[in-house]
Design a binder for this molecule. Structure first.
Ligand SMILES: Nc1ncnc2c1ncn2[C@@H]1O[C@H](COP(=O)(O)OP(=O)(O)OP(=O)(O)O)[C@@H](O)[C@H]1O
Ligand SMILES: [Mg+2]
Length: 225
C-alpha cells in the first residue's frame, strides 16, 4: 500500500515535470506562429492560423491542468464579489454559446468572500463547460447561492441528461471521462480548488433531471483571518 502511494506520487511528479517540459516548446511554436502570420499578412496570404492557435491552446490548457493538479495550491487570496464573478462568466458564455441560457439568483449582490479569483473562475468555468457539453450546447443553467453561517454554497444546475450510476461511481476516484477527447481532470480540479478554500465540491443528479454541481466555500478561510 505504502509503496503504491510512493509510486503514484513519483508518477504524479513525473507527469507534472513532463507537462512543464511540453509548455516550453509550445510557447516557441506559438511565437513562431506569430512571426509566420505577420509575414503571411505582408505577402497577402490567407491561412487559418486561428484554428492552429485554438488547438495549441487546448494542449496548453491540458498541460496547465496537470501542473495545477500537482501544485501545492498556495494561491493569493483577495476579496471576491461572487455575483460579479458569476455575472462575468454568464456574459462571456452568452457570447460564445447563444443557445445556453444562464439564470442566476443571488441572495445579496454585494456578498464578498476571501478567495483566489482566478481559481474560482477556473472552477466555475469547468462546471459550466461540463454542463454545456452534457446539454450539447443548448439548454438552461440555473445558479443559486445560499449563505449559511461561515459558508457560501453555490449550486449550478443544468438541463442535460444527468449522470448514470456507473459513471457517478467512478468520479473523483481517478481521472475518468466519457468524452472522446476529454482528459477527465476537470472535476478533480474543481474539488482541489474547493478544498483550497476550506470547502468541498460534489456532483449529483438534480431532482428535476440534469446535474447539480455544488460548491461550498468558507467565506473567510482561516489562513486569511
Ligand atoms: N454536468 C454534467 N452532466 C453529465 N455528466 C457530467 C457532467 N459533469 C461531468 N460529467 C461526467 O463526468 C465526467 C468527468 O468530468 P471531467 O470534467 O472531470 O472530465 P471531462 O469533462 O470528461 O474532460 P475535460 O474536463 O478534460 O474536458 C465527464 O466525462 C462526464 O461523463
Ligand atoms: Mg470537464
Amino acid at each position: 500500500m505504502q509503496s503504491n502511494l510512493a509510486e503514484s506520487h513519483v508518477l504524479e511528479e513525473r507527469a507534472a515535470a513532463i507537462a512543464h517540459e511540453v509548455k516550453n516548446p509550445l510557447t516557441m511554436v506559438g511565437l513562431n506562429l506569430d512571426i509566420l502570420e505577420a509575414s503571411d499578412k505582408r505577402l497577402g496570404a490567407d491561412r487559418n492560423y486561428a484554428m492552429i492557435r485554438k488547438e495549441l491552446r487546448k494542449i496548453s490548457d491540458l498541460m496547465m491542468d496537470f501542473i495545477y493538479l500537482s501544485s501545492s495550491g498556495q494561491n493569493d487570496m483577495e476579496e471576491v464579489t461572487i455575483s460579479s464573478l458569476l455575472n462575468e462568466i454568464r456574459n462571456d458564455l452568452s457570447i460564445s454559446m447563444p443557445n445556453i441560457f444562464v439564470k442566476i439568483a443571488h441572495p445579496n449582490d454585494s456578498l464578498v468572500l476571501h478567495a483566489n479569483e482566478n481559481s474560482l473562475r477556473k472552477l466555475f468555468n469547468n462546471i459550466i463547460k461540463n454542463a454545456t457539453e452534457a446539454m450539447e450546447y443548448s439548454g438552461e443553467i440555473r445558479i443559486n447561492t445560499l449563505v449559511q453561517d461561515d459558508y457560501i454554497t453555490i449550486q449550478v444546475r443544468d438541463s442535460g441528461p444527468g449522470i448514470c450510476p456507473s459513471v457517478r461511481e467512478r468520479l473523483f476516484k481517478e481521472p475518468f471521462t466519457t468524452k472522446p477527447l476529454g482528459s477527465g481532470l476537470g472535476l478533480s480540479i474543481c474539488k482541489k480548488i474547493a478544498e483550497e478554500h476550506s470547502g468541498h465540491f460534489t456532483l449529483d443528479n438534480s431532482e428535476n433531471g440534469g446535474c447539480v454541481a455544488t460548491v461550498t466555500l468558507k467565506r473567510f478561510p482561516s489562513r486569511m483571518c
